[in-house]
Ligand binder design. Structure first.
Ligand code: LMR
Length: 392
């Protein structure tokens, strides 16, 4: 029976990790998978997480099961940081559960929306490739609309048309900030208009907030999420701590639901628990426990806020230097200065991307997405010259 199974291609983005590691050239540059790197190219464990992990080793009393909802201390400790304001859980209308990374949270969001009757999900394209895979695997129809306008801003007319044409039983997946792969975020004024459109059309918002704090700031990056939950009766939010706590391989995420009242939110979440139980039973504990300890200790929380600010500043510095480079041949890097987060899309074709890898040891996704944080200041000139060489 099993010999009916066809060989599947490796995930193109994750395959780059191994290809890059196997490349012996000393001056190679990894702009592939979305991992933050410091000015020296390292991805260290956050100091606040190291301290919290030490506390866990010293004080954790047990590793007995928690349940499909995971560590609710972690889920609740994040709420003020995500939703802000004086009543961040909106009187209990917002509550959540722990998930294996942001991917697990998106999976729960799409599957829960489907259980509630959603048959199609609108999504701006390009998007993170796994979004489409999750939708296909969950069995909802994906309806794409254009995300990036020719001038490098978000294509709001395309979103507006998609929402107005949507009809019933529709959800829309929106990137909360630091759009992956384009770096093109909605402005606050655009978010306000989107929320008006969602209220008018009744389309259910699924917000994927995977990079809070890596764009303009914790509050600025949550503007859209907060506008959605402040003004709409219902929404689903997928959250990742993998980037903003540097916990990538520990898979630390959370899923939140906003419904009409606290009791209905718990009913919605009971569906999330059932979905989790059938998929992964319970989420991995370690990283979420470390985040909980960091967020319930004022000194560690401050340490986290400061570390995130320095990451954000470094990403901004690289963006500005790239945007100021006028010698990248046919590639215009100016728009990168006005975009947010770790990613940008370069207008390169497959042959140019292959040549960057073969001739210049520069690795990026086949879509032309680069991870800005993969560049150190010292490597920008080499990168820009290589762009000029392949696009001359
Ligand atoms: C990325 O887009 O590089 C990250 O979100 C990693 C992943 O899981 O794809």
């Amino acid at each position: 029976m099993l010999n009916k199974l066809q060989q599947q291609p490796a995930d193109a983005l994750l395959a780059l990790i191994k290809l890059f590691d196997a490349d012996p050239r000393p001056d190679k540059i990894d702009l592939g998978v979305g991992v933050y790197r410091t000015a020296t190219g390292a991805t260290p464990v956050f100091a606040c997480i190291k301290a919290a992990e030490q506390k866990l080793v010293d004080e954790q009393p047990t590793k007995a099961y928690l349940g499909p909802e995971g560590d609710m201390g972690f889920v609740h400790a994040l709420i003020p940081h995500i939703f802000g304001g004086t009543d961040p859980s909106q009187g209990g209308r917002i509550d959540g559960m722990q998930t294996p990374g942001g991917t697990g949270a998106v999976r729960i969001a799409v599957a829960m929306a489907k259980k509630a009757g959603v048959t199609k999900v609108l999504m701006g394209t390009p998007s993170w490739p796994n979004h489409a895979q999750i939708m296909a695997d969950t069995g909802v129809e994906l309806v794409g609309f254009n995300h990036a306008a020719a001038d490098g801003s978000a294509d709001l007319p395309a979103l507006r048309d998609a929402l107005r044409a949507a009809g019933p039983n529709t959800a829309v997946l929106l990137h909360g900030c630091c759009h992956n792969p384009t770096g093109i975020d909605y402005t606050p004024a655009q978010w306000d208009e989107i929320v008006d459109l969602l209220a008018e059309t009744g389309v259910l918002a699924i917000v994927d907030l995977a990079y809070q704090g890596l764009g303009l700031g914790m509050d600025e990056d949550a503007y859209g999420t907060r506008a959605v939950v402040a003004r709409l009766p219902e929404a689903l939010i997928a959250y990742s701590c993998d980037k903003n706590f540097g916990l990538y391989r520990d898979r630390v995420g959370a899923f939140y639901a906003l419904t009409s009242d606290a009791a209905q939110t718990q009913a919605a979440l009971s569906n999330g628990h059932a979905l989790a139980r059938a998929n992964w039973s319970m989420p991995p504990d370690h990283g979420a426990s470390a985040v909980r300890l960091a967020l319930t200790d004022a000194a560690l929380t401050q340490n986290w806020v400061d570390e995130l600010a320095s990451m954000r500043a470094r990403i901004r510095q690289v963006r500005e230097k790239l945007a100021a480079s006028s010698n990248a041949g046919g590639v215009n890097l100016v728009p990168l200065g006005g975009q947010q987060g770790m990613f940008a899309m370069l207008p390169l074709n497959a042959a140019q991307i292959a040549s960057l890898r073969a001739d210049h040891a520069i690795y990026m996704a086949g879509s032309g997405r680069i991870n800005i944080a993969g560049l150190t200041m010292g490597k920008i000139d080499k990168f820009v010259s290589a762009l000029a060489a392949v696009s001359a």
